[in-house]
Design a protein around this ligand. Sequence first.
Ligand SMILES: [Zn+2]
Length: 399
Amino acid sequence: MEAPPTAGHCALCGGRDRLPVQSQRLALLGRDEPCRVEFCVCGDCGHIQQWPPAAPELMAHHYRSVATYEVFGEIESLRAAPPSRHARRFLQLAADIGLAPGRAYEVGCASGAMMHQFRSQGWQVAGCDPSPSAISQAAAIFDIQADLGNEADVLPRQRALDLVLACHVLEHLYDPRAALARFHAVLAQGGHLVLEVPCATMPDRLPPGWFTFEHLHYYQPAAMQRLLSETGFEVVETRIDSTSEHYPVMAIAARKSGQRQTVPAADASAGLHLAHSYAARDKLLWTATALRLACIQEPVFVYGAGIHTAQLLDRTGLLPNIIAIADRDSKKWGQSQAGKAVISPADLLAHPSRAPVVISSYVSERQIVAALLEGGIAPGRLVPLYSQIPPQTATRAAH
Ligand SMILES: [Zn+2]
């Protein structure tokens, strides 16, 4: 990971007025000691961020061993797949602002699906990602040779690019201002940056656990636009989509301009209001979940090892009741989270205990329920936290 900016300062404005909003104690996979993460608002500029941010070595461990951003599936079907929702938004935005194909570079390209789509529209593509497995997938699936490494190390080798793509990258970086300066440096004059980040807006549309370990920054539109102006970009178009994903997202197209603009200091009240409204809602949602789980007297399995489960264990009293945690990712099997063994779905299905299975995922809950039902688990054992078991299978549902 790149180094964080000076600890004790707001990562965007350098201010020191740190206003805490929420803290989490997270039992990360393969780590004995839980880590404490604090979410704060800057009293000077209103930016919502982890402050101090999680330690770079913990974050690097997480990306190395847990969140490696691979894709699952057959090579032929991955190649032939239509563009993902993210790729569709990027392609549409690039087309709508009239970009002609040229040289594009994707920062945080994962296994290359987005670059594959841009290439099919006539772009020359390249990219980088810190995940070795994602980089080898990009080569194997899409025949794209991407650079292995952090953008801070590998991007500066590029010159005179027409387009830099950054899809859900800037919320992960310790120093987004420095990253934008690097993007600016490798673009040709008049070249473009197209980015997308989770959008800090509409607190009622933000899911439980939206303040999360991996995301160091929670951008409001004004904060992102100001940051772009200050790093030498002219915002061409901003699009906020509040329905396509599990939380609102903001896509921005910006052009490299000649000068950096100093934008007047923001009013911090909007950031404070949003962060506190969301934190209050988050607390209510977790309290409801905790009360529901407290009604289960018997031991349980949990399905899903990772950050959502770390949040679940922090916010509920479930931990002592857990037999084991199942997950489909084979990298996690044999590891432990909060002292509980991580097992495979096959081990879960073959286990002699017929205990309830708490599904610990907001984003993938429906797919997990469907996969477990297909694997032959009794519907009555499943405890989804956010949705319902399909009615035709719910006759024995536990709740
Ligand atoms: Zn600030």
